[in-house]
Design a protein around this ligand. Sequence first.
Ligand SMILES: [Zn+2]
Length: 215
Amino acid sequence: MNSIYKVKQITSLYNSCNQCGLPVINCICSTVARIKTNSKIWILSTEKEFYRPSNTARLLKLINPDSTELFLWERTKVPEKLIANLNNDIYEPFLLFPIENNETKFNKVESKMAGKIPAFIIIDGTWKEARKIFRKSSYLENLPIISLKPSFKSIYDLRRGSQEGNLCTIEAAIDVLRISGEDKYSQVINDFYNLFLKSYKAGLSGHKIISINKK
Ligand SMILES: [Zn+2]
């Protein structure tokens, strides 16, 4: 899906890489150590997100390509592939969504039925967009909701108006993988995400990040 959308530039000096979203001088695609999580991460996204360089779903797809799927959300069309996935018995889907005043805070995900593959659905976009998508998508209605009580504070500061206490898309994936027993992969993604943030900030002013392979 990435290839048909041109990621916007964050500096007038350089094009953005269509895979990691960073200015090409700071592209981190060649440093990525790909992983394959057991859990699936399904991301439902507005079209706008595909153009936003600050999008982190793109990063997750890059580092965890086989277990991450991106689905386009449209006002007038249902995402048929996602719905087919939801109806597929091999998966046990959960919706990650912050609910206010919600009673059930998950600390650990226990699969109810042995042998099923956990699938975590994350709605991408601003908080306002995510709420709208949730309200307008009846196929999400009956899914069990995991309302994360983050084990860390969001460090995502690439967008104005990011909600206090809410995690961005990749942070939500990092957290849910941790509580579903994939701590090791969660850490790998976290390191990659930190490199992304650093490279993004350097890129804003057209600077090349020095010693990209070192933390
Ligand atoms: Zn790149």
